[in-house]
Design a binder for this molecule. Structure first.
Ligand code: C6P
Length: 416
């Protein structure tokens, strides 16, 4: 069991108030809060060894390089990568997926090749592939989503076929909370010679993830959702695939020899990290990994299951007009709960909850096709949990939702 009281003390922001009420932060799928250790690590870099990496012979630069590469080791180890050379620092999940689209997919795909996605993808794992399809002539296919909010794998043998070159799916849905059977998908993809990319934005922060165990070829995630700073994330690429990839951006650091007319590429991962990297953010991500590892990812996941289960049970006490999306089986869902009620528009719910100091997200969650075309609503409200959330905060959420429902039901009655 996590000592939530002690954990909360590590997050300075959790002691602030919003409109005079204690902050109840339930927007963790959008971004997580940061512990003091991460904030102090970043400050320490700027106060004591701020310098560029890989370039200088002076003490500060060498210190910065040491910390930067130590962070890469930590992050690679955290996701079970075979070694740190296959962990590329990127700005986040979005850039990681775009890197794979540019450096692997565009050079390798052609007309008629198929890219298999699912209907529950975030725009970051949809639009880069739409662009790849436009450029290469490849075709996009989609694994459907069932009423329960899980992938419908009934026709998988037809969807993964000899034309399939890439399967790219989210490990955990940011809207439905569903944890997808990605290992099974990896096996099926590899059976036909296709590669698999995992959008791990919502899994790496919340559960043990091991890229070798999952047998994936590419995996991207964002630091800011796992207690780390914004502007940094990781892209794992299987070493045998990494060797075949083309450069992403070009400029300083990604080259070995340069003439006026040509250049040769640096070793990976540096080949994919052109320009001065996000040094402080990378080191901050290393500190976030240290923090999560000090708790233990099994414990992180256990807490998430417990609080999500509690929330699902308590939210049932709301008016019957509320629809909750995603599977009920807690073993296949993460800590994001999306809901909708005809009584109160999600944006109104978000605003009323905000007045109570409760932060949730409302909208299409950057998964417009799923929300509009599958769930058939314009928006949902979403509460999402992390290691510092308590059952008492869930109670406050339920109470505030009841209040919002009352306000709108009364206003509706007055109008008729
Ligand atoms: N989802 C949410 O509120 P970036 O922005 O690159 O760090 O992450 C993009 C991303 C990709 N895939 C999934 C499954 C995600 O959930 C996200 C980010 C946030 O749901 C912001 S839209």
């Amino acid at each position: 069991m996590l000592d939530i009281k002690a954990i909360r003390k590590d997050f300075p922001i959790l002691s602030r108030t919003v409109y005079g009420k204690p902050l109840v932060y339930l927007d963790n799928a959008a971004t997580s809060q940061k512990p003091s250790s991460v904030i102090e690590t970043i400050t320490n870099y700027y106060q004591n060894y701020n310098s560029n990496v890989h370039r200088g012979v002076h003490a500060l630069s060498m210190e910065a390089t040491e910390h930067y590469e130590a962070a890469r080791e930590k992050v690679a180890n955290f996701i079970g990568a075979p070694d740190s050379t296959c962990l590329i620092f990127v700005r986040g999940t979005t850039e990681g997926i775009n890197l794979v689209a540019s450096s692997w997919a565009i050079p390798n795909l052609g007309p008629g090749d198929e890219i298999l996605l699912s209907e529950m993808e975030h725009h970051s794992n949809l639009i880069p592939w739409q662009r790849v399809a436009q450029i290469t002539g490849a075709v996009l296919k989609f694994i459907p989503v069932t009423e329960e909010g899980v992938l419908d794998l009934e026709n998988l043998s037809a969807l993964i076929n000899n034309r399939t070159k890439l399967v790219s799916v989210t490990h955990v849905s940011n809207v439905l909370g569903t944890i997808n059977p990605v290992k099974e998908l990896a096996r099926k993809a590899h059976n036909v010679g296709a590669l698999i990319m995992l959008d791990a934005a919502q899994s790496v922060p919340h559960m043990p993830v091991n890229v070798q165990d999952l047998e994936c070829d590419f995996l991207a995630f964002s630091s800011h959702k796992m207690l780390g700073p914004t502007g940094i994330g990781g892209l794992y690429v299987r070493p045998s695939v990494l060797k075949t990839m083309q450069p992403f951006q070009s400029g300083g650091e990604m080259v070995k020899e340069v003439t006026f007319t040509s250049a040769s590429w640096n070793d990976h991962p540096f080949q994919f990290e052109a320009g001065t990297p996000s040094i402080s953010a990378s080191i901050g991500l290393g500190a976030a990994v240290d923090y999560l590892q000090s708790i233990g990812m099994d414990e992180v996941r256990n807490h998430e299951m417990a609080i999500t289960q509690y929330a699902l049970e308590e939210l049932k006490h709301l008016s019957e007009d509320f629809i909750f999306y995603g599977p009920n089986d807690i073993s296949i869902r993460g800590g994001a709960i999306s809901f909708y009620s005809d009584l109160v528009h999600p944006h109104d719910l978000g605003t009323i909850l905000d007045q109570e100091g409760i932060a949730i997200r409302t909208g299409h969650h950057c998964a417009m096709p799923l929300v509009r075309e599958r769930l058939k609503v314009s928006a949902t409200a979403r509460a999402s949990f992390y290691i510092y959330n308590t059952e008492s905060e869930v109670d406050q959420l339920v109470k505030a939702l009841k209040k919002a429902t009352r306000i709108f039901t009364n206003a509706y009655k007055k109008n008729i």
